[in-house]
Design a protein around this ligand. Structure first.
Ligand code: CU
Length: 108
């Protein structure tokens, strides 16, 4: 095999490895409690647990991809959510699911 062919194979392999890393780093799953719903800025304030490979537990604002998601949750709900990270590092909630509804717990 010529050096040129080996070089092309090496470059291709590096490209495949790097592109798979990019895909892997793009999406995260986290759990947290809704502290505030900010309809005007399409944001949720969430006290979230550690997000593996991204950050530790903290309280912060997240933008939601669809404003309809804001009306799906209530303050106090514990949610499981999917975070999408773009190339600039901006985080957006693309999916969420209520795993504990504190309003129900309080009513019981
Ligand atoms: Cu955070």
């Amino acid at each position: 095999m010529s050096i040129a062919k080996k070089f092309i194979i090496l470059i291709s392999m590096m490209f495949i490895i790097l592109s798979s890393f990019t895909v892997m780093a793009k999406e995260y799953t986290a759990k947290g409690t809704v502290n505030a719903i900010k309809s005007e800025s399409k944001k949720l304030t969430i006290s979230h647990g550690p997000v593996k490979g991204l950050m530790g537990a903290m309280k912060m604002d997240f933008t939601v991809s669809d404003p309809a998601m804001l009306s799906d949750v209530s303050i106090g709900n514990t949610i499981k959510f999917t975070l999408d990270e773009d190339k600039k590092g901006n985080l957006t909630i693309t999916d969420l699911e209520i795993i504990e509804n504190s309003e129900k717990v309080m009513a019981e």
